[in-house]
Design a protein around this ligand. Structure first.
Ligand SMILES: Nc1ncnc2c1ncn2[C@@H]1O[C@H](COP(=O)(O)OP(=O)(O)OP(=O)(O)O)[C@@H](O)[C@H]1O
Length: 542
């Protein structure tokens, strides 16, 4: 059943928008109040680089106990990270520069205040922002994003991560401004190219490994974006509600992992907060501003380097983690300004398309370990993160909507939901909203056309195979014929060789006979000459 059915009404006075989620520039019911914003920044026309932050975790207790050598040094003031490598007994230092660097002793609060807090402010100004955690397993992605669990008495722990701190800041600011707002959250997991809704009711989760059950589909929204069909959107009114949702979602993620025998390092999670805030124009008109924050905990990046995701070797990687491999290729394509950016090759890059080269403000937190044993993976993370610094996005403030237009939208959504409820009550079939029906029909049609095309292709291939088979058969016959002819010729050649050999023998014998005869003749001639000379002498004497 459509997610909106499970939505609860927010206390902020506004109801969330339907799954198209954030208003876009081509929405008809939108009025652009951004003239001041859009003119203000020529820098944004050229694009704004993705912000890349590097965090190195401290050695763990075990690593410290066994005196694991440290090969990473961080210089926070110079924003530099240096990796010490020993190659053929030579020490080679590699230094990388990032937008911000947080060394092993950095605290969660420090990282949040310096790097994340400004991003949260931008969400409240109406931007869409994404924060990624990227790094090898065990380097602190989850620690950085989620941090320590809340204490029993609900107290905020000092090691709370980016997500709880962002939530707290959002509510603190909205409450301080006495703003009228509505907020909704979604939480999904992506594993092996399948999307799991971490906020789905228990019954749905139980069947997550049931092959007959369709995984949640990712669909084009017809405006250049995507949406996850049927993804639960929970309306929230307090920070505590979000913390509980996070705990619930993360627990489901772990359960799902054991059920499906997943490895944490191979799944990605995306937690999104969408906020609608009411504002009044100087003319007294009520407008709605919208911002969205995506918080992404990526799978362990060692999958990339181990599977050889760098250009050229990426194909070897096979099925290891299509989404991570594609993320690497998308980063490369964006940095190298290739004409084609392969966003569509994986669900992760389809989901985060706007965060990579789009209109979203993006920050990547790359996490590394200081240990010598992780050096190879660390260098790979440093290379990747350094590369990602060159991606340019063109952040745009979401256009504000007139409250009247929003109310109109909401009325049509209420109508749709009423029809759903009516249909469900009457049990006279399944109600599908017209838009979704048309979308599914269009998909079916496209699928049927594809099947037809493939059938035609397969037919022509079969024809080609038959032709080739016939050609092969006739070639085989020709080969047999030629082999026979060759055999005959070889036999004849053999006979000819024997005859030639005989002739040569005879020729040799004839030569020998001739030489013998010539010898006799010359002997005879010599004896004849002597006789003639003797006779001549006798004649002269007498
Ligand atoms: N900056 C840090 N300060 C203190 N402890 C840290 C820090 N970063 C990570 N840790 C600790 O290191 C361990 C591994 O961290 P974490 O689980 O966050 O890694 P991960 O990158 O999310 O791993 P995975 O990819 O398997 O989910 C945890 O025990 C965590 O508490």
């Amino acid at each position: 059943m459509e997610s909106a059915q499970q939505q609860r009404r927010g206390g902020g006075g506004l109801v969330s928008l339907s799954p198209s989620q954030t208003p876009r520039s081509n929405d008809k019911s939108v009025r652009d109040l951004r003239s001041a914003d859009s003119n203000s920044s020529s820098k944004q026309d050229k694009g704004v680089n993705v912000q890349v932050i590097l965090r190195c975790r401290p050695l763990s207790e075990d690593e410290t106990r066994i005196h694991t050598p440290v090969v990473i040094s961080c210089n926070e003031s110079r924003r530099e990270v240096c990796a010490v490598q020993n190659i053929a007994n030579k020490q080679i230092d590699r230094t990388f520069l990032f937008d911000k660097v947080f060394g092993p002793s950095s605290q969660q609060k420090e990282l949040f205040d310096l790097a994340v807090s400004p991003i949260v402010n931008e969400v409240l100004e109406g931007y869409n922002c994404t924060i990624f955690a990227y790094g090898q397993t065990g380097t602190g992605k989850t620690y950085t994003m989620e941090g320590g669990a809340r204490k029993k008495n609900g107290e905020f722990p000092s090691d709370a991560g980016v997500i709880p701190r962002s939530v707290k800041q959002i509510f603190d600011i909205l409450e301080a401004q006495n703003a009228e707002y509505s907020m909704k959250v979604t939480f999904l997991e992506l594993y092996n190219e399948e999307i799991t809704d971490l906020l789905a009711p228990e019954e749905t989760m139980k069947f997550v490994d049931d092959k007959s059950k369709k995984p949640i589909a990712l669909m084009e929204d017809g405006k250049g974006g995507v949406f996850v069909r049927g993804l639960e959107e929970e309306i929230v009114t307090t920070a505590n509600e979000i913390y509980k949702i996070l705990e619930k979602g993360s627990a489901k993620r772990r359960t799902a992992e054991t059920l499906l025998n997943k490895q944490s390092s191979r799944s990605h999670s995306i937690f999104s907060i969408t906020i609608h805030i009411k504002e009044c124009t100087p003319e007294g008109e009520e407008m709605i501003k919208c911002g969205k924050l995506n918080l992404v905990d990526l799978a362990g990046s060692e999958n990339i380097s181990r599977s050889g995701a760098r250009e050229g070797r990426a194909r070897e990687a096979g099925e290891i983690n299509k989404s991570l491999l594609t993320l690497g290729r998308v980063i490369n394509a964006l940095v190298e300004h290739s004409g084609h950016v392969p966003y569509r090759d994986s669900k992760l890059t389809r989901l985060l398309r706007d965060s990579l080269g789009g209109k979203t403000k993006t920050c990547i937190i790359a996490t590394i370990s200081p240990s010598i044993h992780c050096l190879e993976e660390t260098l790979s993370t440093l290379d990747y993160a350094h590369r990602a610094k060159n991606i340019k996005n063109k952040p745009e403030i979401n256009q504000k909507m007139m409250k009247s237009a929003l109310i109109k939208d909401l009325y049509s959504e209420i109508d749709r939901l009423k029809q759903e409820v009516y249909s469900a009550r009457e049990k006279n079939g399944i109600y599908i909203p017209r838009d979704r029906f048309l979308l599914e029909e269009a998909e079916k049609k496209a699928m049927a056309e594809k099947i037809e095309r493939m059938e035609l292709e397969s037919e022509s291939k079969e024809k080609q195979i038959t032709e080739l088979q016939e050609l092969y058969n006739s070639q085989q016959l020709m080969t047999v014929d030629l082999s026979e002819k060759l055999e005959k010729k070889e036999k004849k050649l053999e006979e000819t060789e024997i005859a030639l050999f005989d002739l040569e023998d005879k020729h040799r014998q004839a030569n020998a006979t001739i030489k013998e005869k010539e010898f006799l003749i010359s002997n005879l001639l010599k004896s004849g000459e002597l006789e003639v000379a003797w006779a001549t002498c006798l004649v002269c004497f007498f």
